[in-house]
Every structure is written in C-alpha cells, then in structure tokens.
Design a protein around this ligand. Structure first.
Ligand code: SAM
Length: 317
C-alpha cells in the first residue's frame, strides 16, 4: 500500500531497491500515488494538454445508455485503480449495478472519493478495497462481474503484462464476466508529447514527487531538485516513456533490509535516467487483439470523433 504513513515490508523494499540498482534503473509507476501524487493526478486530468481524461469522459457520457444496454443490469461493477472514482459517475445511473467495488493502492484517497460517490448515489451499495492489482486480487462480492478499467491504465503495463493481468481478471470473474476498458490510441507524436509535458509543469511535479515517496518508503535521500522530468513518445515501442534525469553527478543512500545483501545506495552521473513510467498506445486492431488474447470475446468499441481514445466492452468468450 502506498499511503503516506504506510511502511512497506522488507520484500517490497528489496524489490524497489533492486530496480534502483539495475544498470537501467527504474521505479514502478504505482509509487506515483501517495496522497500528493493522487492529488497531482487529479490536476493533470483537467489540464488542456492531457486529452485522455476529457476524451474518455465525453465517450462515457455520450454512450452511457448503449454501454449499459450492452453490459446488462445488476452486475457487480469492480473498478481496479479507481482513484477519484469520477468516471464511474457517468455509468452508475444507466448500469444500475448490484454493487460497486472500487480497488486502489492509494487507500486513503480512495476512501474519501467513495464517500462523495455514496452521497450522490445513496441507493447503490459500494465497497472500497485497498488492493495492489499487480498481486493476486482479494475475494470480491459474488455476482456477475463487470470489470471497469478506465484511464488507459492498462498502458502502464507492457503488452505481455497487460495480457496476463487481463487474463487473471477473466479467470477471477468467471465465464459470465465482462470488461469495460478505456485504452488510449496511437496518434500524432506532437499531441502525445504535449500531453506528458504540460506547460504548467504539473506532470513534472507528479514525476518528481515519486522521489519524495521513495524517501518515505525506503529511507532514501533523493533530492528532487537534482532531477528533471523527461517524457517523450517512443514510436518504435508505441509508448510514452517518462524518466527522471539527473541534473548533476550525485549519490543517493537508502536503508536496505538487513540481510538482503543489497547495496545501501548508488551514484548517478549527470544525464543518467531513472525510468518511472511507460504508457503504451494501441491501434483499434491492437487493442481488440489484446482483449481477445486475454480470453475476452465479442469486442465492441466506442470512440471520439477524432479517434483519439477507445472505450471497449468485451465479454468472457
Ligand atoms: C492514472 S490513475 C487513473 C485513475 C482513474 N481510474 C481514472 O481513470 O481517472 C491510476 C490509478 O491507479 C492506481 N494504481 C496504480 N498502481 C496500482 C496498483 N498496482 N494497484 C492498485 N491501484 C493502482 C493509482 O493509485 C491511481 O488511482
């Protein structure tokens, strides 16, 4: 769990440190989301440059009735990585689920988001569950499962990891489950680059805040001012890459778990990169193939007029 006052176990700390010690150091993007990170993402979501959120909201608003008709009523609507729970607001009146279950690693932020949702939809039963979706999921309430995974969060996983994650949800949900998922589509590089390099520097702050979160998680002494935000579209890999680049030669120390045999720090040369996120973009055909390869079938898609973003509904085949 990644709330501000939560301290991870020795194995999780060792995993974080192993990746920092790698020849190409990286950090899981999950660690963006401490309390500050979750709030910064809310600001990113309303920036002019960050088209995915507004575009997906518009698709959901416009097609809620069609989506609900295709998805069917009285499902257990389960949203992994629900964050602010804003997008589900478009669906709740039309879908009328038996229950809404929101899962997120940022547990405290999720609970306050759900409180506001409960006030607005008092007749719908709701549960918040603190869960890391990269680990086996906790048992969920019985009923026909409709997974809801908006925000193109699936893009944070490599295509192989994405297939494996969605296959697990398919297996966890059983033969009558379905998946409603938002996926960002390949588009003009300038639009993609701008979305992750906003003029106000909020994405840069979001990226740099990761270092403060790491300092609490592993007792490190990263100094954000020694790093700068870097984001660009890697067309060959069809992904946005976010990194932090060392502005100068520097050394970082941390507390390795006793007995782990891991070094207590490392040096970075000026210009060295710390890879913090990938955001894979898909073609319509590529997204369709991903869903089918994970065991889903009967794929329908709703997009915006510009073809920037797709909301896909697929049933267990
Ligand atoms: C990009 S935000 C998207 C939020 C929301 N679904 C949306 O579409 O606006 C990603 C969300 O996933 C959560 N998250 C990231 N890694 C996670 C993990 N491993 N397990 C559970 N939640 C995670 C974050 O806390 C954050 O709320």
């Amino acid at each position: 769990m990644t709330d501000d006052y939560c301290s991870p176990g020795a194995e999780e700390r060792a995993q974080i440190i192993r990746r920092l010690l790698d020849a190409q150091p990286s950090v899981s993007p999950t660690y963006f989301y401490d309390r500050t990170g979750s709030r910064l993402f809310e600001v990113i979501a309303v920036l002019d440059e960050y088209y995915p959120t507004a575009t997906e909201h518009a698709i959901l608003r416009r097609h809620a009735a069609d989506i609900a008709a295709a998805a069917g009523p009285r499902a257990v609507l389960a949203e992994p990585g629900a964050g602010s729970c804003e997008k589900v607001r478009h669906l709740l009146p039309a879908i009328a689920p038996e229950r809404y279950v929101a899962l997120d690693v940022s547990a405290e932020f999720l609970e306050s988001a759900l409180q506001s949702l409960r006030r607005d939809f008092p007749h719908i039963a709701m549960t918040a569950a603190a869960a890391d979706i990269s680990l086996p999921l906790p048992p969920l309430p019985a009923g026909r499962r409709l997974w809801f995974y908006p925000g193109s969060s699936i893009g944070n996983f490599s295509p192989e990891q994405a297939r494996s994650l969605l296959s697990e949800w398919r297996a966890h949900g059983g033969d009558d489950c379905a998946l409603l998922i938002g996926i960002d589509l390949v588009k003009d590089t300038a639009l993609l680059d701008a979305a992750y390099n906003d003029a106000l520097g909020v994405t840069a702050a979001f990226n740099l805040n990761l270092l403060r979160h790491l300092n609490r998680l592993i007792g490190s002494d990263f100094r954000p001012q020694q790093w700068e935000h870097v984001a660009f579209y890697n067309a060959a890999a069809a992904r946005i890459e976010m990194h932090l680049r060392a502005r100068e030669a520097l050394a970082v120390r941390w507390d390795s778990p006793p007995g782990s045999g891991l070094a207590d720090g490392r040096r970075f040369a000026a210009g060295d990169l710390l890879h913090t996120e990938n955001s894979y973009k898909y073609s319509l055909q590529g997204a369709d193939a991903l869903l089918r390869s994970a065991g889903f079938d009967d794929v329908r898609v709703w997009t915006d007029e510009r073809g920037w973003f797709g909301v896909f509904l697929a049933s267990a085949g």
